[in-house]
Design a protein around this ligand. Structure first.
Ligand code: FNR
Length: 369
């Protein structure tokens, strides 16, 4: 970790990194990262969903042996926070994903590296040492390129594939457009450098820009079945909101699912991920692995997600804000704060272990007058 980096003043909680982000990022980059798509309704819904729940304190319970250790499909984890796949981290810091990976190692955090990272997946793996690492996959228009990515991820020691399915089309955020954001030339997708784009034929007159255009290469259930047979690694699916999709993915042999709306960056007006979590959990039953992301800004938010059915949570934007503020040190500090906040919430709710966190720990907030 860079010894000269400093934790900025005024950071006492993980969410303070969000408040500070404007001091460390140019306005257009901040708008791109903070924004979702369209009018950012789903971004707001993700946050609002956490505010609908209170945590009920419990008295006199002995939590002295408390901890947050867990296993996810047999993989031991020190705590239930994962670093979500976030593309183009050079936007936030020159060391980009290498800094994030060092922070993951320092805090024993599972990192999910994006297909669209600014740094090659092999370099991220090396920077992360022995910390658990998963690779987030976007299926490529050419299957040969997907196979190549899978082989590289396997060779670099990634332990799972996270297939993201909710972003075949992403409409821009109006706030990012208004801020004039364009991707800088040095923020390329390093993993895809060797893959020539497929050279799509021009759209026929009258053809849909969406159906025959952007969705032309969008994955289908057949592609999922193919992927499951193309790798020896467990495959997770990220971007699940509908309970029926969840059940079908489970039946197809997917190792686990991530309840997510891509941080509100795919369909503006999609429901809050936390709002869909109980129905998804009910659909797949108890022992199946379910993760959640979207709107988590504190350890208490994580507690609420665990109480409503998640096994663990992924951290998206807070990771980028902390990276922008103080590189690897910032990300490690942010994660440490999240873990501490979760410990505090567990202790006050009388939960010594993650297994003790049940729906009964929460109460719906009384509605505003
Ligand atoms: C993302 N996300 C994302 N997801 C993914 O599967 N692959 C990716 O490359 C990216 N890239 C990306 C870039 C940026 C700038 C953001 C903000 C998000 C979505 C991410 O993994 C996660 O689902 C959300 O960020 C979770 O919501 P919060 O924590 O940001 O509120």
């Amino acid at each position: 970790m860079n010894a000269s980096a400093r934790i900025p003043h005024g950071i006492h909680n993980a969410c303070d990194y969000e408040r500070q982000a404007a001091q460390h990022l140019p306005a257009d980059r901040l708008a791109y990262i903070a924004g979702g798509c369209g009018w950012d309704r789903t971004v707001a819904a993700n946050r609002a969903a956490f505010e609908r729940w209170d945590v009920l304190p419990r008295l006199l319970r002995d939590v002295r042996g408390g901890h947050t250790r867990m296993t996810l499909n047999g993989q031991p984890l020190a705590h239930p926070f994962l670093l979500a796949p976030v593309a183009h981290q050079r936007l936030a810091h020159p060391e980009a994903e290498l800094a994030t990976a060092r922070a993951a190692e320092a805090t024993d955090t599972c990192l999910v590296a994006s297909t669209l990272s600014s740094t090659p997946l092999e370099a991220i793996a090396q920077a992360g040492g022995d910390t658990p690492r998963w690779f987030q996959l976007y299926l490529q228009p050419e299957r040969a390129h997907t196979l190549d990515l899978l082989a590289r991820a396997e060779a670099a020691g990634y332990q799972a594939i996270v297939l993201t399915l909710d972003a075949s089309i992403q409409l821009a955020s109006r706030s990012a457009l208004a801020a004039g954001f364009t991707m800088p030339a040095d923020c390329t997708a390093a993993n895809l450098a060797g893959y020539a784009p497929p050279g799509d034929p021009p759209l026929a007159p009258g053809a849909s820009r969406i159906f025959q255009g952007a969705m032309r290469h969008a994955p289908t259930w057949d592609d999922l079945v193919w992927l499951l047979s193309a790798t020896r690694l467990p495959v997770w699916v990220k971007g699940v909101l509908h309970p029926e999709d969840a059940r079908r993915l489970q039946a197809a042999g997917v190792a686990g699912i991530v309840v997510s709306n891509h941080g509100g960056r795919s369909l503006d007006g999609a429901p809050a991920s936390l709002g869909m979590l109980p129905a998804v959990r009910a659909a797949v039953g108890d022992p199946y692995s379910v993760l959640l992301d979207g709107g988590i800004r504190s350890g208490q938010d994580a507690f609420k997600a665990l109480a409503l059915g998640a096994d663990a949570v992924l951290i998206g934007r807070l990771q980028v804000y902390a990276l922008a503020a103080a590189g690897a040190l910032g990300v490690a500090h942010m994660l440490t704060l999240l873990i501490e906040e979760l410990h505090a919430c567990m202790a006050q709710a009388g939960c010594a272990t993650l297994a003790d966190i049940t729906p009964g720990a929460l109460l719906p907030c009384p509605l505003d007058p």
